[in-house]
Unconditional design. Structure first.
Length: 401
């Protein structure tokens, strides 16, 4: 048995391996800069008027909550009070989004995404009753993100036999379709806190919503989220999910490099291409590690999941030399990754990063990525079926983890 002291040391070592703690966790640091900032909006927030025009019903789902938050923020008289307000509000936004989805049976992740942006816009654009520094504003925005993405709700409290962490993504490519939904985000909201059962085995699922932003990945948000679990080895599975192709793909060999010209949700294009893939960052340095890693989800069991879509064990990768389907990781030695099995965007990268830090720490927690079938903009009926089949995959996994 590991002692409490040993566990703490393991977590500390794990975090040091993957991130600079000063950049990710010191959210309360206060700058000496006395400038009172009402800053320009982010690229995501600037899309709000277009979103209101395209889907007013979605943007008004949280209108009462955002209005009340704006009033309270405007009347806040100190930074400590502001932190308390934003912390409670962000966490409640996540809980309310789950409740609204489960009570209405409307498989729509978009309301939470846009409510978060409406709320961050309040922090940037409305003056409180105290002088707000740039560092304080950044900290409050981070607190809002943490709470409204489920990061402060990661508690296994149902007494289930096994524990599963699952991540979903925000809607993305919004300049192409402003009303786009993301089935992985729907899954995160629907499955959070759920207890599943198969052949007498129970498991509790806890979920987190991940931003589609290169900067967050470069700052180590995935490593910071997962390293403590890998250090403690105290859950049974880590499953990252994103929207992908026609069927369900279990992405066997994630690659290290970015190779797409698609922008993130901040309209940033990282610069990687199919002929010149680029290694992402981890804080200030390029991400270290092998060109390819291999996932460890229980494929045989997951392929038994019931539902309208095939579940494919996808081996296809692209190197600088060719596109092919290696049977083993060893076949990829001495190759430069262009596309992992999950492509060359952040859906591939979340898989690579999670497996990489698992391997560095030496964890035995099965880890891997599910690409869901792609949807056009928003289709609640199809998205509900997708989530049901993800749940079936997880249930079948319980006999093998």
């Amino acid at each position: 048995m590991l002692t409490e002291s040993t566990l703490k040391k393991s977590i500390r070592r794990a975090l040091l391996l993957c991130v600079s703690t000063s950049s990710l966790f010191t959210m309360d640091a206060i700058s000496s800069d006395p400038e009172n900032l009402i800053t320009s909006l982010s690229s995501e927030e600037k899309r709000i008027p277009l979103a209101k025009k395209a889907m007013p019903d979605v943007l008004t789902v949280f209108s009462d909550e955002v209005t009340q938050f704006s009033t309270k923020w405007k009347n806040t008289t100190s930074y400590p009070n502001a932190k308390t307000l934003v912390r409670l509000y962000g966490s409640q936004l996540w809980l309310t989004a789950k409740d609204k989805m489960n009570s209405s049976k409307n498989a729509d992740d978009r309301a939470l995404y846009w409510a978060r942006l409406l709320s961050s816009k309040v922090l940037r654009a409305v003056e409180p009753q105290f002088d707000l520094t740039s560092s304080q504003l950044d900290s409050l925005l981070a607190i809002l993100e943490q709470g409204s993405r489920g990061r402060t709700d990661l508690e296994f409290s149902k007494g289930a036999m096994k524990k599963i962490i699952l991540t979903g993504f925000d809607p993305f490519l919004l300049d192409r379709n402003i009303n786009q939904s993301n089935p992985s985000g729907v899954a995160a909201l629907m499955l959070d806190g759920q207890v599943i059962q198969y052949n007498g085995i129970t498991a509790e699922i806890n979920t987190v919503m991940i931003p589609v932003r290169y900067e967050d990945f470069d700052q180590g948000t995935i490593e910071a989220l997962l390293a403590p679990y890998y250090a403690l080895n105290n859950i049974e599975m880590v499953v990252t999910v994103s929207m992908g192709r026609k069927e369900f793909d279990l992405e066997r060999f994630p690659g290290k490099r970015r190779s797409v010209t698609a922008p993130d949700n901040l309209a940033i294009v990282f610069g990687g291409t199919q002929t010149a893939p680029v290694i992402p960052y981890l804080t200030t340095s390029r991400l270290s590690g092998p060109e390819f890693v291999e996932f460890s989800l229980p494929v045989k069991q997951m392929k038994l999941a019931s539902g309208p879509y095939k579940v494919i064990d996808n081996h296809q990768v692209t190197t600088l030399e060719k596109t092919y389907q290696p049977k083993t990781l060893a076949e990829l030695d001495d190759n430069v990754a262009v596309n992992g099995a999950g492509g060359g965007y952040l859906s591939n990268e979340i898989s690579y990063r999670s497996i990489r830090i698992r391997n560095i720490i030496g964890s035995t927690i099965p880890t891997g990525h599910i690409h869901t079938p792609r949807i056009q903009q928003f289709d609640p009926e199809i998205e509900s079926k997708i989530v049901e089949q993800i749940s079936s995959m997880l249930k079948h996994s319980l006999t093998a983890i």
